[in-house]
Design a protein. Structure first.
Length: 146
C-alpha cells in the first residue's frame, strides 16, 4: 500500500515535471494500493478554507471553488485511511519520543505505520527524523526522477 502525503496530493493538481513523475509512477500501481490519510484531507481543507476567506472579490471565488471541487473529486477517488485506534497508539508512542516535527506529520506517519504503508512525500527531512525513532517507517518521494 502507498499512502499519499498532502504534498503529493497537491502535486497531482499541478502541471510540471513533479506531477508527471508522480503520475507516471502511480500508473504502475493498482489503484486499490493507493490511499491517502484523513489527516491529509484536514490539511487540505484547512488551507482551502483560509484561502477562500482571504479572497477579496466574489468573482475570485468561482475559480477557487472550482479547484476545491477538483480536490474533492481526488479525495473521493482514493481510499482514505482513518486515524483510528491503531494509528492513535502509534501516534502516542511517537509523541512521547518528542520528535521535532509537526503534529500532523506525526499523525500521517502513525497512519502509515499502522497500515504498513509506504508514505509518498516530498517532506523527506521530517519523515527521516521520525524514521530515526521507528525504522519501520518507509517513505519515498515520487515527484523526482527515479
Amino acid at each position: 500500500m502507498y499512502l499519499l502525503d498532502t504534498n503529493h496530493l497537491s502535486q497531482l493538481q499541478r502541471r510540471g515535471p513533479a506531477q508527471e513523475y508522480l503520475s507516471m509512477r502511480l500508473e504502475q500501481v493498482p489503484s486499490e494500493q493507493v490511499a491517502t490519510a484523513i489527516v491529509c484531507l484536514e490539511e487540505e481543507f484547512r488551507g482551502w478554507m483560509a484561502y477562500l476567506a482571504s479572497l477579496r472579490s466574489v468573482e475570485a471565488h468561482v475559480q477557487a471553488y472550482h479547484r476545491l471541487q477538483v480536490l474533492l473529486g481526488n479525495f473521493t477517488s482514493l481510499n482514505v485511511l482513518p486515524f483510528d485506534q491503531a494509528a492513535l497508539d502509534v501516534f502516542q508512542e511517537l509523541w512521547l519520543r518528542r520528535i521535532r516535527v509537526s503534529t500532523m506529520d506525526l499523525k500521517i506517519a502513525a497512519i502509515a505505520l499502522a497500515s504498513d504503508a509506504t508514505l509518498l512525500t516530498q517532506n523527506t527531512a521530517d519523515f527521516a527524523r521520525i524514521a530515526e525513532h521507528t525504522p519501520h517507517l518507509r517513505f519515498e518521494d515520487w515527484t523526482v526522477a527515479p
